[in-house]
Every structure is written in C-alpha cells, then in structure tokens.
Design a protein around this ligand. Structure first.
Ligand SMILES: C[S@@+](CC[C@H](N)C(=O)[O-])C[C@H]1O[C@@H](n2cnc3c(N)ncnc32)[C@H](O)[C@@H]1O
Length: 219
C-alpha cells in the first residue's frame, strides 16, 4: 500500500494543498522537469542505471523498449541507439516533444493500459512513475508489464521510496506531484507478486532509490 502523505498534521490546511498542486503543475512541465531532475542528482542516477541497462538489454540490433510513463525520456541514450523506443505517457504535452535521436515513438496511454500488443518488448522500463499510481493502478501496471514482455525480456524499474526516517525525503515527497510513494519493501513485494525479481540495487539521492530488475516468468 502507498504511504499516506501528511499535510504536516494540519487538517483542513487547503492553501498548503493548493500551493502544492500549483507547484506540482509547474514542476511537471517537461522543460522544468528536465532542469529540476538535473539539480536533484540525475547524473548520479544515470550512472547507477547505465550498468543495469547494459546487463539487461538483449544483445540484438533490433530490440524494443517500452518506457512506461517515460515523460521526456531522459534515459533514452542509455539504450542501444538502433532499438525502437516507445514512450507511453498520459501527459499530452509529452506527445509534442521533439526527439533529437529520431528513434522515439510517443504514444498517449497509461501504465495500466498500454496501447501495444502482447510480448512486444525486450525490455519494459519504468522510472519515477510508481509514486504517481494509486494501488489499483500500480498493481494493474505490473500485470501490463508482464503482458508486454517477450518471454526472455526484462523489466527495469526504479523509483524513490518512502522512508519516514529521512525528513529531507519527506519534504521532497510533500512537494512532489506523485501522491503514492511506497516503501522499498512494498515495491519489491508487489513486483515479486507478478514477476521474478533478479536483482535489487539501491542508492540515496534526495530520496532513497531502488532499482529492480525482474523477469516475466514467475517462479
Ligand atoms: C516523475 S515523471 C517521470 C518521467 C520519466 N520516466 C523520468 O524518469 O524522468 C512521472 C511520469 O509519469 C507519468 N504518469 C502519470 N500517471 C501515469 C499513468 N497512469 N501511466 C503512465 N504514466 C503516468 C507522468 O505523465 C510523468 O511523465
């Protein structure tokens, strides 16, 4: 279950809630998003993800990645340039973004209902999305991941986690547009209910971050 985010314990504090929504709207603008993730340590995150991508990406020239909730697709360059790279996102602003690589196919869709066929993907990638999904949507999204993966495909998941012991992280979640941060135990447990977890890596930026690789076949 996702964490219930506190409004600093103050009931009916709607101006805080309104300011937070306004902030989240601005922060989710693709250009603002690029700038603020750079400030929050995107380079370190990218350095942590790169070896995991290199390990899970199949050694083929014509692979397919489905980047669920891919937004501005900040990690496209980590995947083989010759691969087809689908970005599936419900935010219509994302569909208008230009693609310098010429390899990104943008689809308007949602994690729980991806407009692609079964066994399309060598890899499904989901970065910083699960905290935007309520419990039912998050669970449905994992079933979609399993449906999308080829039999030997791999899911690469990463997100910040809910850790109430880190106050700086709590402040970060308060300001975030995503209302459903989860503990690492919950995320790993939910993924393991649907897929077979192969590896788990962790690092700490503003939030503790978990990187999970899982395969389609459940043991
Ligand atoms: C924090 S951004 C992450 C973007 C990108 N994956 C990254 O790592 O920078 C969250 C993204 O999730 C998308 N999103 C929100 N709800 C979604 C849903 N139900 N299905 C798929 N994507 C969703 C948002 O539109 C946004 O692009």
């Amino acid at each position: 279950m996702s964490a219930r985010l506190p409004y600093w314990g103050v009931k009916g504090f709607s101006s805080v809630s309104r300011s937070r929504s306004a902030f989240a709207r601005v922060a989710s603008n693709p250009l603002v998003y690029r700038a603020h993730t750079a400030l929050l340590g995107r380079a370190r995150l990218e350095a942590a993800i790169a070896p995991v991508v290199a390990r899970v990406a199949s050694p083929v020239d014509d692979g397919t990645v489905v980047d669920v909730g891919g937004g501005v697709a900040p990690y496209r360059s980590l995947w083989p340039p010759s691969w087809t790279y689908y970005v599936v996102d419900p935010d219509e602003r994302v569909a208008d973004l230009t693609d310098d690589t010429g390899t990104i196919r943008r689809l308007t869709g949602a994690a729980e209902r991806v407009p692609l066929g079964d066994a399309t993907a060598d890899n499904v990638f989901m970065s910083a999305v699960s905290h935007h999904l309520d419990d039912a949507t998050w669970e449905a999204s994992l079933v979609e991941v399993r449906r999308l993966l080829k039999p030997d495909g791999a899911f690469l998941f990463l997100d910040g986690v809910w850790n109430p012991r880190r106050w700086v992280s709590r402040v970060g979640w308060f300001a975030d547009g995503g209302r459903h941060p989860r503990s690492t135990e919950t995320l790993e447990g939910d993924i393991g209910d649907v897929l077979t977890i192969e590896s788990v890596d962790r690092l700490t930026l503003l939030h503790d971050v978990v990187i999970v690789v899982a395969r389609g076949e459940r043991v």
